[in-house]
Write a protein that binds this ligand. Structure first.
Ligand code: S3P
Ligand code: PEP
Length: 443
């Protein structure tokens, strides 16, 4: 097979740009699920339009949900731009076929909703979807009363035999490999006859901010939720049965996708502003403010958004990224350009993400002359002078953006399959070019 290679542009001067980052994947896909389960239509404004959100929208459409994509709507409130009108199905329908791609949110969030369809829903996805853990969703749904046929190993392809309703109740699971198991059951749980109570009996759950996002969004849709974040029992989440309200929601920019753009400020000693950075958010990307500051940058809120400045000197970092694992690839790239060693921990679960991210980062950075080793639960990164070469991305959007960050400082990096960024950031190569072109960046 021939490789498609993208020459990562080198920064010849310090960047100085203001960037609009498309909507959050995690917020968009939760908003779509909650709108599909609501008792009335909803608006989702400034949604992310990417492979993962398109897969979610197509999956819901297959189940009978109406999703009208409108550009420049004038139906009021929050200004122009894109808005999706979501019309719940009344009765979700089967038979249906759903492609989950390699989208964790689609593969985990849709089966719990499909149990409410009135017929079989067949799920399949990319080869990697066969390897990513699904047991926390499938075994739990079975324990709550659902009939599911799988591949014999508890994963995709699988068929959920929807019967229009699910008893629900209490379920124990091991959510140490993905927070998405908990979010998935909570999101649909309000529509189960007895609601759902989820008890994690495994190790610590990663990505807790993403569960907070689920809880907050459920509450805003009118659901009653108990969660450890509010003093509830540790490792127990509960949603009471009830109708969900339609909402009019503006999706925040995807703060995790801001990671490479702020990294450009750090690496080049420049300045990048991300527009519309929320003052309060459950997105894990908000922790970039603290992490990149520890690495030598500084940030401040301006009238436009959040401005990050770098000096060109980057410090290594000791960081437990258990809560914010999806930031790891870009942080690892920045760390490889630092003036001292870094140790990233708490991220063993990244071996089960889009690819084995720990192995991939170590191999690809080392192939450029780096010195990265895998630890039991993370990476040790010792900065070395790097050289050009092909950086493989393993169909992982965040590997591609990490490679682009390295390319700012290291001439001759060729990124294989940069198009994989379309999972959450379809216009990445054009956005990156605009970042580096002062006239385009001053938009
Ligand atoms: O619920 C979500 O939207 C997400 C939860 C996290 O998954 P894990 O808990 O599997 O890491 C995160 O890494 C992923 O990018 C998005
Ligand atoms: C882990 C990620 O995605 P997914 O939703 O597919 O789990 C990610 O975006 O970094």
């Amino acid at each position: 097979m021939t490789e498609t290679l993208w020459p990562a542009p080198v920064a010849t001067t310090a960047v100085d740009a203001t960037v609009t980052i498309p909507g959050s994947k995690s917020v968009t896909n939760r908003a779509l699920i909650l709108a599909a389960l609501a008792g009335e239509p909803s608006w989702v404004r400034r949604p992310l339009r990417s492979r993962d959100s398109q897969l979610m929208a197509d999956g819901l459409r297959a189940l009978g949900v109406g999703i009208e994509e409108r550009v420049n709507n004038s139906s009021g409130g929050t200004g122009g731009g894109e808005a999706w009108r979501i019309i719940p199905a009344g009765q979700l329908r089967g038979p249906a076929r759903v492609d989950v791609g390699n989208a964790g949110t689609v593969m985990r969030f849709l089966p719990p909703l499909a149990v409410l369809a009135d017929g079989p829903v067949h799920f399949d996805g990319d080869p990697r979807s066969y390897e990513r853990p699904q047991h926390g969703v499938i075994d739990s749904l079975r324990a709550l009363g659902a009939r599911i046929e799988d591949d014999g190993r508890g994963g995709f392809p699988l068929t959920v035999h929807g019967t229009g309703a699910l008893d629900g109740g209490t379920v124990e699971l091991d959510a140490s490999s993905s927070s998405q198991f908990v979010s998935a059951l909570l999101l649909s749980g309000a529509r189960y006859n007895q609601g759902v109570e989820i008890r994690n009996v495994g190790g610590p759950v990663p990505s807790l901010p993403h569960i907070r996002m689920t809880v907050d969004m459920l509450r805003l849709a009118g659901a009653q939720v108990d969660a450890p974040q509010d003093g509830g029992e540790k490792d127990v989440w509960r949603v009471t049965p009830g109708a969900l309200l339609g909402r009019d929601l503006v999706v925040e920019p995807d703060l995790s996708n801001a990671a490479p753009f702020f990294a450009a400020a750090l690496v080049t000693g420049g300045r990048v502003t991300v527009r519309d950075w929320p003052k309060h958010t459950t997105q894990p990307g908000d922790q970039l403010r603290e992490i990149y500051t520890r690495m030598g940058g500084s940030c401040r809120f301006t009238d436009d958004g959040l401005e990050f400045s770098g000096t060109g000197v980057i410090h290594g970092i000791e960081a437990d990224l258990h809560d914010v694992g999806e930031l790891t690839p870009v942080i690892a790239a920045v760390a490889a350009l630092a003036d001292s060693e870094s140790h990233l921990s708490g991220i063993a679960h990244l071996r089960l993400h889009e690819t084995d991210r720990l192995a991939a980062l170590a191999k690809e950075i080392n192939d450029l002359g780096g010195d990265v080793s895998e630890t039991e639960d993370g990476l040790r990164i010792r900065p070395r002078p790097l050289h050009g070469g092909v950086f493989h991305t393993y169909e992982d959007h965040r590997l591609a953006t990490a490679a682009a960050v390295l390319g700012l400082a290291v001439p001759g990096i060729q990124v294989e399959n940069v198009a994989t960024t379309a999972k959450t950031l379809p216009d990445f190569p054009a956005m990156w070019a605009a970042l580096l072109d002062p006239t385009a960046a001053r938009d």
